[in-house]
Design a protein around this ligand. Structure first.
Ligand code: PEP
Ligand code: MG
Length: 944
């Protein structure tokens, strides 16, 4: 099963009414119908007044926002009344040529009556008008990707009602002009598609301000705002040929349609691709009574996290703006105040928020991200959802919540994304170098520490340039006034993001944290000139292409390039420059890894060819070497010349003479590795690559070698030509080398066993496992195993020591997987070489696939790059056969994986499910594999 599909399943496990599990779209429809009798599906769910028809577990049907609004209402929190049109309607809308299902209209009308009753106002009433917001809400949050309309319900009559109700004409006309502008942009399609096109509303607004002789929008008078409404409407008529709809019901249907339509806009499609969100999930639409944070100084709006989303500290964290609308905080156009200040500005609201913070965390047992508005001193909760956080914060919060007894350690492990461990292991700036930079006045500015870590790169000023820079192999820093959803690809391509405007919850900060990027936001002292492509701070001007460094943990922006240094975890584990008790993040990491280890069944080994790599991997928790590629040892120092001599030898005697030179070097390598592994098993693979890879290919190099080893250059050239292969990947490599030249295998086996005997004699435990690569037929393995065993016997007799060892093979060709029962007669273990198995199963070369595989993934021909995560349906099935058939011959056969996939969480879980014993991956991915292996156990238990 492909990973994207697996994800669909995971996402589909939310519960309906806390009981029935919704598995797929079709059963979802049935569930909807069943709840309401066969004839009529329920399309609309109301909330408010202390009750909600939905609940938090219904995210598939109501979207994240809708489900949580219902849940908050039921919890008794002050939620403006509203209703949610289900995702099912969105799906039907697209399936039926953008037509709504029958029965939706009366349900929406009834739901409107519900809002009116609770809020004590009427939709369309000229005296006491109810205004609503219309917002999207998919199962998972897609920040800013889809459309929203606010203040809906206003027209020439209802605006009078709003004036009468609020006694504030200016406010009412400001709402009205914002509504006409938003509606014109979003529903009537006037929003410019390209950056160089002019937004007609912005142009009219600028003219108005110019004529009024004012700078800011809020300096316009009620009369001028009223004129703006008329001018906006005229622009709409001129561009669309239609009048602006005055009928509130018509407005509502238009906005609902636009929100559903925005599911298919370019930004939303790009976002879904990036995060593997299936198209058929659809979005819900939330219609909710408007509350206003911009009616005066006893009003305000804010966003807050129940814990710090950047570092995970257990503090109430957020920001607000007095006299503003919610969009002002998120859009990043004004830099807000920290939430702690609200205690002075609005003490009772602050107290209420603290109580809600606690109630929400106790209820959801998760860090929440909330939006709130204060209207004339009354607090309203507009949204709650699980808060996005950095990898750092995720680990700290999960760890702390276990210690606070909010959740169990299994739940903590379930929640963590194994790949987020990359962030914990991410570099920080070299402290000394940074100090120097500070001393020399290179700190240009200080912004908010929105995404921790250290990043250095060349400045770019827009997203497309960031993408281009990355394509050229450059490291880039994206510098913007503020980011918007269109910038998402550029943000993904950048090492770090720097913005002038916006707070910790601005778009830049949210998205950067989610992506695990370094981010400094709200750096107000920065002057950015997009046209001149410069940024200026502290009197220094930097241009596009100049180096800039960002410290996302302190918020400092530093001129020039800075070197980075390992994370604290690495300083404790690898460099040993820090004590465990000095680093909180190390202690958290260590505790979580211990929890994972206590659960997992899979062993985790590493791919390492050098003693220092092996030692690093042990520090990361590796329990053995799963792949030691011996050819990597052939390149060091002058040993390559001995290898070349061996290749150029005319006969076996010549080859043996050259191999004799290599033997002591290989033996020394193996001694180092056995010692470093200190009793853990070590899988050593015999020579794999084709011999021509070791020969020099240019005339100059050939002449050089000729001089060194006393062989004529012509002979070297002739040998290179003789060894030339049209497709070396499928040529004379792997065990085929050892089969034709058994003396190579013999030398390597001798080096392994002599080293093993020596280390064993010194009193250390050694467990060598000799692995024969690229076996297709059992007879290949039979011949090679015989060479290895005969050599072992000889060495043991010579040394007077015996060491336990295994001889096994890699399963990396489809034929080997198919005849694994025969191969297991000879092999004492299997290790899946999934790099080769993927290329041979797909019939594509891993070296050339870069020309077309990215296209395949982008156009969804394949869900994922099969070299990145196992193609579970195809290659995975071969693996499953391999395990089953191998164990049909040898029930206790040890099975592992050593291809690059061994450090990919989805592959690790797959290996667990098919009953493998271990995975092996590069040293830095060992912690990721440990966590994924624990999650595999939990997922298995969840299924039962
Ligand atoms: C493999 O094929 O998966 C493997 C580990 O071997 P290599 O990458 O060295 O061919
Ligand atoms: Mg291979």
């Amino acid at each position: 099963m492909a990973v994207a599909k697996a994800k669909k399943k995971v996402g589909a496990q939310a519960k309906t009414n806390g009981k029935a599990k919704i598995a797929k779209k079709s059963s979802l429809k049935k569930a909807g119908a069943a709840r309401n009798g066969r004839a009529q599906a329920k399309y609309v769910y109301v909330f408010g007044g202390g009750k909600g028809e939905g609940e938090a577990g219904m995210k598939n049907l109501l979207g994240g926002k809708g489900a949580n609004l219902a849940e908050m209402a039921s919890l008794g929190l002050p939620v403006p009344a509203g209703f949610t049109v289900t995702t099912e309607v969105c799906t039907e809308f697209y399936e039926n040529k953008r037509k709504y299902p029958k029965g939706l209209t009366p349900q929406i009308e009834n739901a409107l009556r519900h809002i009116e009753k609770i809020m004590g106002a009427q939709f369309g009433s000229p005296k006491n008008p109810l205004l609503v917001s219309v917002r999207s809400g998919a199962r998972v949050s897609m920040p800013g990707m889809m459309d929203t309309v606010l203040n809906l319900g206003l027209n020439e009559e209802t605006v009078q009602g709003l004036i009468a109700k609020t006694g504030n004409e200016r406010f009412a006309y400001d709402c009205y002009r914002r509504f006409v502008q938003m509606y014109g942009d979003v529903v009537l399609g006037l929003k410019p598609e390209h950056k160089d096109e002019i937004d007609p509303f912005e142009e009219i607004l600028e003219n108005k301000k110019h004529h009024a002789g004012v700078q800011l929008d809020n300096e316009l008078s009620a009369g001028q705002l009223q004129e703006l409404v008329a001018e906006f409407k005229a622009a709409i008529k001129q561009r669309t040929g239609h009048d602006f709809p005055e009928d509130p019901m018509e407005q509502l249907w238009g906005a609902v349609g636009a929100v559903f339509g925005s599911w298919m806009n370019e930004r939303a499609i790009a976002y879904r691709k990036l995060y593997h969100i299936p198209e058929d999930w659809g979005t819900a639409v939330n219609v909710q009574a408007m509350v206003f944070g911009n009616m005066g100084n006893d009003c305000g709006t804010g966003v807050a996290f129940t814990r710090d989303p950047a570092i995970g500290a257990n503090v109430f964290y957020g920001e607000y703006l007095i006299n503003a609308q919610g969009e002002d905080v998120v859009a990043g156009t004004r830099t807000p105040e920290p939430i702690s200040r609200l205690e002075q500005d609005m003490p009772s609201v602050y107290k209420q928020l603290l109580a809600i913070r606690q109630k929400l965390e106790r209820h959801y047992k998760e860090m929440q991200d909330v939006e709130f508005t204060v209207q004339n001193g009354k607090l309203w909760m507009l949204q709650t959802r699980n808060g996005k956080r950095t990898g750092f914060a995720a680990f700290k919060i999960a760890h702390d919540m276990v210690k606070e007894k909010l959740i169990k350690k299994e739940e903590a492990l379930r929640r963590l994304d194994p790949k987020a461990l990359n962030q914990l292991l991410r570099p920080v700036f070299d402290a000394q170098e940074k100090e120097e930079a500070v001393k020399h006045g290179r700190v240009l500015a200080k912004g908010l520490n929105a995404g921790p870590g250290a990043a250095s790169g060349r400045i770019v000023f827009n997203a497309p340039d960031a993408v281009e820079g990355k394509k050229r192999g450059e490291r880039v820093i994206l510098v913007r006034s503020e980011t918007s959803p269109e910038d998402i690809k550029g943000m993904d391509a950048s090492e770090g993001i720097l913005t002038k405007l916006g707070g910790m919850t601005s778009h830049a900060a949210l998205v950067a944290r989610q992506m695990g990027k370094v981010c400094v936001a709200g750096c107000g002292t920065l002057e950015i000139d997009y046209k001149a492509r410069t940024m200026t701070a502290k009197g220094q001007t930097l241009r596009e292409g100049d180096w800039l460094s960002l410290d996302g943990s302190s918020g400092e922006v530093i001129n020039g390039q800075l070197n980075t240094k390992p994370s604290e975890i690495l300083q404790v584990l690898i460099d040993k420059t820090m004590q465990p008790q000095e680093s909180e993040i190390f202690q958290i990491y260590d505790t979580i890894m211990q929890w994972a280890d206590s659960l997992r069944r899979l062993n985790v080994r590493t791919n390492a060819d050098q003693p220092d790599q092996a030692a690093n991997a042990i520090a990361f928790g590796a329990e053995g070497i799963g792949l030691c590629r011996t050819e990597h040892m052939f390149f060091g120092g002058d040993r390559i010349d001995a290898v070349r001599e061996m290749i150029l030898a005319d006969d076996e005697a010549g080859r043996r003479a050259a191999l004799g030179k290599l033997l002591p070097m290989q033996r020394q390598d193996f001694i180092g590795i056995f010692e470093a592994m200190n009793g853990f098993p070590v899988t050593i693979r015999t020579l794999d690559p084709p011999l021509h890879e070791f020969l020099p290919h240019t005339a100059h190099e050939q002449a050089d070698l000729a001089g060194k080893i006393g062989v004529p250059a012509e002979k070297i050239k002739a040998k290179v030509e003789a060894l030339h292969e049209f497709n070396p990947m499928l040529g004379h490599r792997g065990c085929r080398l050892g089969v034709v030249y058994p003396e190579i295998t013999e030398m390597q086996a001798r080096a392994i066993f002599e080293a093993a005997c020596e280390v064993a004699k010194a009193g250390k435990k050694v467990i060598p496992e000799v692995m024969i690569p690229l076996v297709a037929h059992v007879n290949e393995l039979k011949q090679q195993a015989q060479v290895v065993r005969a050599t072992a016997d000889k060495v043991f007799a010579e040394k007077g020591v015996k060491v336990d060892y295994l001889v096994g093979t890699m399963i990396e060709l489809p034929r080997a997987a198919v005849v694994a029962d025969q191969i297991a007669q000879e092999a004492e273990f299997f290790s899946f070489g999934t790099n080769d198995l993927t290329q041979t199963a797909f019939g594509l070369s891993r070296d050339d696939a870069g020309r077309f595989l990215p296209y395949y993934v982008e156009h969804e021909i394949l869900d994922n790059d099969p070299f990145d995560t196992i193609d579970q349906e195809g290659v995975g099935r071969l693996m499953q056969w391999g395990v089953e058939r191998g164990r049909s011959t040898r029930p206790k056969l040890k099975v592992g994986i050593c291809g690059e996939h061994g450090g990919d969480p989805a592959t690790v879980k797959f290996c667990h499910r098919i009953g493998q014993d271990y995975v092996s991956c590069s040293p830095f991915r060992v912690p990721i594999a440990r966590l994924a292996a624990a999650q595999a156990v939990l997922e298995e238990a969840d299924k039962d």
